[in-house]
Write a protein that binds this ligand. Structure first.
Ligand SMILES: Cc1ncc(COP(=O)(O)O)c(C=O)c1O
Length: 300
């Protein structure tokens, strides 16, 4: 059995593959291209066709919308068309970026998501919901019920009197009432205020990217995908860029005014910057600019 994704998906996909017992060799990584490191759909289709010819069983595709490293985003509509042509399940992982889809102007990032079989996003990541609160939308809950329902006599209530037994939709039987957090979030802040927060974060990240790009000793490695970008401090000849930028991340985090993490883009270290906290202000992002430039220039 084979599952297809780009190399931009979160490691939770690798873990799901381990747990499912499919075997990690059967998670097929499709090469990416373009600003958002999207799966190349021609390569995806070719891999599916070749696997079938070789007796494999293509089962599903995982599309990324806002990958953790640099916001890698697939063309969900194009990937969905491939899934449909080959009768494969399509899951969309929008764990982080999904929160931005409350703003109509950002929905182009997952155009075609309406054709997915399932979508996940985590309102605890960027919408301000208390940890933990992950949302999964499923097209056909019956698939889950067929796979997971265990019906001892004392639980034989599914479908009776219109009762939906969510315990039959997931591995754990018991669950907390997480939807209540969303209800309170919406009641407390209102949809428009949540949209304003997301829009501010995106605008502030874009302005930080523009400011860093104007500095001669910085380069933007990946342009903002919503509020996530990556950059690098340029080093003099003979100084190892990876070591220097790793030192810079450590120095920034030791300083304690802001916190950043690193990633690798095409094998080279880049520093990730993302605005995502409920309380962040434009002034905080100005501070971030000061901290980054000041500490970078102070590194010997
Ligand atoms: C893109 C992406 N997918 C999946 C996950 C994992 O989500 P969960 O904690 O719900 O397993 C994360 C981060 O935690 C993520 O950033």
């Amino acid at each position: 059995m084979r599952v297809y994704s780009s190399d931009q998906v979160h490691t939770s996909i690798d873990r799901a593959i381990w747990v499912s017992g499919i075997g990690e060799a059967n998670l097929v990584r499709i090469p990416v291209a373009g600003r958002f490191r999207a799966m190349q759909t021609a390569a995806l289709e070719a891999a599916i066709v070749t696997d079938r010819e070789n007796g494999m069983l293509p089962a599903g595709i995982i599309a990324s919308v806002g990958g953790t490293s640099t916001g890698g985003t697939d063309d969900v509509a194009a990937v969905g068309a491939v899934a449909k042509r080959h009768g494969l399940y399509l899951h969309v992982d929008a764990a982080w970026a999904g929160s931005a889809m409350i703003c109509p102007e950002f929905r182009h990032f997952w155009a075609g998501a309406e054709h997915a079989d399932s979508i996940v996003f985590n309102p605890h990541k960027w919408l301000g919901a208390q940890f933990d609160c992950s949302m999964q939308f499923v097209r056909q809950p019956e698939d889950l019920v067929r796979t997971l329902a265990i019906k001892p006599e004392f639980l034989r209530t599914h479908g009776r009197d219109g009762v939906i037994n969510y315990s039959e939709w997931s591995v754990p039987l018991g669950r907390r009432f997480r939807a209540l957090k969303l209800w309170f979030l919406l009641r407390a802040h209102g949809l428009e205020n949540l949209r304003t927060m997301i829009r501010n974060h995106v605008a502030w990240s874009e302005s930080l990217a523009a400011r860093l790009a104007r500095e001669p000793d910085f380069e933007i490695v990946t342009e903002p995908m919503l509020s996530l970008l990556s950059f690098r401090h340029l080093t003099a000849a003979g100084i190892d860029s990876d070591k220097h930028n790793l030192r810079l991340v450590s120095a920034i985090n030791d300083d304690g005014r802001i916190y950043l993490t690193q990633t690798r883009v095409d094998g080279q270290v880049a520093i990730r910057f993302q605005v995502g906290q409920f309380e962040t202000t434009a002034a905080d992002v100005d501070t971030a600019f000061e901290v980054i430039t000041e500490i970078a220039r102070g590194l010997s």
